[in-house]
Design a protein around this ligand. Structure first.
Ligand SMILES: [Zn+2]
Length: 240
């Protein structure tokens, strides 16, 4: 090949790679409007890859501003990727009004550490909480960099396209988990309680908890991304 042609080809390929990495997929007019609350746990930019989808229109709302206004007009689904152990009453009111209005909620990973002093929230809405203090001899623990195998525990639209898969992630153990949750995914790994994703018993809104998703390696896992997207669509009432 002529040298100029090789240079042109390489330049075009590089430009294509750069462009495809930077461009976000255009959003459909009926895309689910998502608010993502962040804070209290570092994370990598690849976390947002899960939301690069034409059917999801996501905005990020970091603490301390998260939950400080009426979210009902601005979002269909709230994603909690945050840790805020105790929220002010005004923020709790906004969260309560959001879920009581039937809007969707997807709590991811360390979101289980938010509102741990609000029994209604963790017992009825999320169906689990982190134990910062010992309860009945149990206290929450975590382990980084575990290669675990995750298996579906039931048939559900959130698991569309998801079979048994491996993921490099952080595991949690000795959480309080409501006996009323419907477990979506489990693992046999000894560093985990077993359930790593569930549907909560809350009946006024669709609520999903996904424990997986600590860092870049988990965030880049296509199964994790699919799980998050499916959970958002189901929580919004679009997936049945
Ligand atoms: Zn973590």
């Amino acid at each position: 090949m002529k040298r100029w042609f090789v240079v042109l080809l390489v330049s075009a390929t590089l430009a294509g790679i750069v462009f495809s990495q930077q461009a976000w997929k255009p959003k459909r007019a009926d895309a689910v409007r998502v608010l993502i609350a962040t804070g209290g746990h570092d994370y990598d930019p690849e976390f947002y890859n899960a939301f690069d989808d034409e059917a999801i229109n996501a905005k990020v709302d970091p603490h301390p501003r998260a939950y400080s206004y009426d979210m009902r007009k601005r979002a269909d689904v709230l994603v909690m990727y945050d840790t805020a152990q105790t929220l002010e009453p005004a923020k709790q009111k906004n969260l309560r009004e959001f879920v009581e209005s039937g809007k969707g909620l997807v709590v991811i990973h360390h979101g289980i550490c938010t509102n741990v002093n609000w029994p209604w929230w963790y017992e009825e809405v999320v169906g689990g909480r982190w134990l910062f203090e010992p309860v009945n001899g149990k206290v929450g623990s975590y382990k980084h960099d575990v290669d675990l195998t995750v298996k579906p525990a039931m048939q559900h639209p959130i698991l569309n396209g998801i079979g048994t898969f491996k993921i490099h992630d952080e595991t949690y153990k000795d959480l309080w988990i409501s006996p009323k949750v419907k477990v979506l995914l489990t693992t046999d790994d000894k560093t985990s309680d077993g359930p790593v994703a569930w549907i909560s018993p809350y009946d006024k809104a669709r609520v999903v908890y996904i424990q997986l998703g600590h860092d870049r390696q988990a965030n880049m896992n296509p199964n994790w991304q699919r799980l998050v997207r499916n959970a958002i669509q189901w929580a919004a009432g679009r997936l049945n």
